[in-house]
Design a protein around this ligand. Structure first.
Ligand code: DMJ
Length: 641
């Protein structure tokens, strides 16, 4: 693409500017801007020329009319009184006429001077080199971007902030527990300080190579995932300098206008969840503003024939697509089904129902679909609205969908009965088809594949112990005791998966097959990447039962992490939990700071820190306050329909 030929103003034709290939939107934008800039320049010189020339025309009726027009503006006459039919038309008499001529002359001179100045400026511009013009365009662009940024960072409309109970404190009375809590805080400091030193601004840290790290879920841009994910943990631990440091980075650097393809789910749970939690805890507007800016960038992912979002979206172009490995081009249940909490909060905080409608649409669609054996398959095609492979799991691919049904109900102050019903129905089907007892008496959650049960449980599925306990109160047919017990059984099984290893850390996935119980068989399943799910379950069980075994198990895990995962540059995952000499994977995952250390800290804190009747934790452990939705008009919400 070339710029159009320009008017021969000074006898010279401006050569077309070559501003790069047209195929990139970024370059296209540059080209458009430069075209506009040059054309505007020519146009303004031309208009000034015409305007000035007008004054030098011989006297004519047009000239007279123009004089009158000038009088209208410049020389209001005392005779123009109340009774004047048209107070805008003024009469000219004696001395006024002289004054008028002088004024006219002054104006002509001014216009002539302006005209000459504009022509000079235009000539000046045209004498400039391509580079100089480019630099000027760039300066203009920066100015516009800066203005837009200021506009974008404008505060959002104020809304009543829910009751924020227990955002600090929780100091345990028992000195032993206090020491343990202090130790967890020290681990957080170690993880954060090393990230601060070696990985600042990168998404994650390589604690051994001592440099930044990232994966494709965060796209190609440095979005400081660890900073955003860690903020609320820093806050509740009272690490306020570190929190402020993170806040400053977010204010100055966190930019979502990047040509980067990110996972909608991951960015939602870690970034939007993290920013919202930081906002509620600290009250700092910037977190809310950034959360909303990011959410707007995710919205194009919902532009599919069904409204089921793509797994990935390019933050700049808005183009979405699904993972290549997903069955039949499907979206993933645990991904599109884990947006509800954050999106309801976004609508609450902005007063814009767009977010709420997106997630309610997903819910409605799921409600209408047939479910094989009452189970939700993990794959759903966003083009056809049909299920992909019949694979159901409470671990990876399915997990947080169930979690969010329960938490939607809790977050609505238990008024979203539709969500509770979906949760109850789903859990009943899961219990019937997926939950079994091993020969050795361990309760586990298997995976359902095309009518066949795989006796394998992932580390991710261990979160379900906490979920069952959390959902016990309010369960159907008064089965609270049953679900609390089921939660405790899952906690026991997952503890066994830790206890049966050399490092006392759990494998990624473990089997129940003949003599094999809660042990990984394949080499590829023996790693531990600092995941939180088992500790998360210990914490929920602790809160609901105060059985000391959960603190004991949590402490065992903390010691094992300290012993085998701590390196001088932070914390690292390990490749084989059955080998007594650990090999590190050299990644400090952002969820280690967001979840693992937070749940450990809460496990050794009093229940008054983030009490569960006021706070609901998103799937990345970011606490969001309960919303009293019965008092809020969110159209379509069962609470207000
Ligand atoms: C976290 O990002 C979230 O808990 C998510 O729901 C699944 N698992 C990882 C950590 O294991």
């Amino acid at each position: 693409m070339t710029t159009p030929a320009l008017l021969p103003l000074s006898g010279r034709r401006i050569p077309p500017l070559n501003l790069g290939p047209p195929s990139f939107p970024h370059h296209r934008a540059t080209l458009r801007l430069s075209e506009k800039f040059i054309l505007l320049l020519i146009l303004s010189a031309f208009i000034t020329l015409c305007f000035g020339a007008f004054f030098f025309l011989p006297d004519s009726s047009k000239h007279k009319r123009f004089d009158l027009g000038l009088e209208d503006v410049l020389i209001p006459h005392v005779d123009a009184g109340k009774g004047a039919k048209n107070p805008g038309v003024f009469l000219i008499h004696g001395p006024d006429e002289h004054r008028h001529r002088e004024e006219e002359e002054r104006l002509r001179n001014k216009i002539r001077a302006d005209h000459e100045k504009a022509l000079e400026e235009a000539k000046e511009k045209l004498r400039k080199s391509k580079e100089e013009i480019r630099a000027e365009i760039q300066t203009e662009k920066n100015k516009v971007a800066q203005e837009m940024k200021i506009k974008e960072n404008k505060p959002l409309p104020p809304v009543p902030i829910p009751n924020l109970v227990g955002i600090s404190g929780g100091e345990p009375e028992d000195s032993d527990i206090r020491k343990k809590r202090e130790k967890i805080k020290e681990m957080m400091k170690h993880a954060w300080d090393n990230y601060r030193t070696y990985g600042w601004g990168h998404n994650e840290l390589r604690p051994i190579a001592r440099k930044g790290h990232s994966t494709n879920i965060f796209g190609s841009s440095q979005m400081g995932a660890t900073i955003v994910d860690a903020l609320d943990t820093l806050y509740i631990m009272g690490l306020h300098d570190e929190f402020l440091d993170g806040q400053r980075w977010i204010e100055d650097n966190l930019d979502f206008s990047v040509n980067s393809e990110v996972s909608v789910f991951e960015v939602n749970i870690r970034f939007i969840g993290g920013l919202l939690a930081a906002y509620y805890l600290s009250g700092e507007e910037i977190f809310k503003i950034k959360a909303v800016q990011l959410a707007e960038k995710l919205l194009p992912a919902f532009n599919t024939p069904t409204g089921i979002p793509w797994a990935m979206v390019n933050l700049k172009s808005g183009v979405g697509r699904n993972w290549g490995w997903a069955s039949a081009g499907s979206s993933i249940l645990a991904e599109f089904g884990t947006l509800h909490m954050e999106f309801v909060h976004l609508s609450y905080l902005t007063g814009d129902l767009v977010y709420y409608k997106k997630v309610m649409h997903i819910r409605k669609l799921l409600q209408q679909m047939d479910r094989p054996n009452g189970l939700y398959p993990n794959y759903l095609n966003p083009r056809t609205g049909r299920w992909g492979q019949y694979h159901t799991s409470v671990g990876g691919l399915g997990d947080s969908f169930y979690e969010y049904l329960l938490k939607a109900w809790l977050m609505s102050d238990k008024t979203d009965h539709e969500a509770r019903k979906m949760y109850d129905d789903a859990i009943e089907a899961i219990e019937k088809h997926l939950i079994k007892k091993s020969r050795g008496g361990l309760i586990f959650i298997g995976e359902w594949k095309n009518g066949h049960l795989e006796k394998k449980m992932g580390h991710l599925a261990c979160f379900a112990g906490g979920m069952f306990a959390l959902g016990a109160d309010g369960s159907r047919k008064d089965k609270a005791g049953h679900y609390l017990e089921l939660g405790a059984e899952i906690a026991r099984t997952c503890h066994e998966s830790y206890d049966r290893t050399a490092l006392k850390l759990g494998p990624e996935s473990f089997k129940f097959d003949g003599a094999v119980e809660a042990v990984a068989v394949r080499q590829a399943e023996k790693y531990y990447i600092l995941r939180p799910e088992v500790i998360e379950t210990y914490w929920y069980l602790w809160r609901f039962t105060h059985d000391p075994r959960y603190r004991q198990w949590g402490w065992e895990a903390a010691l094992a992490i300290e012993k085998y995962c701590r390196v001088s540059g932070g914390f690292s995952g390990v490749k084989d939990v059955y080998s007594s000499t650990p090999t590190h994977d050299d990644v400090q995952q952002s969820f280690f700071l967001a979840e693992t250390l937070k749940y450990l800290y809460l496990l050794f804190s009093g229940d008054d820190l983030l009490p569960l009747d006021h706070w609901v934790f998103n799937t990345e452990a970011h606490p969001l306050p309960v919303l009293h939705l019965a008092n809020i008009t969110l159209s379509g919400n069962p609470a207000v329909r």
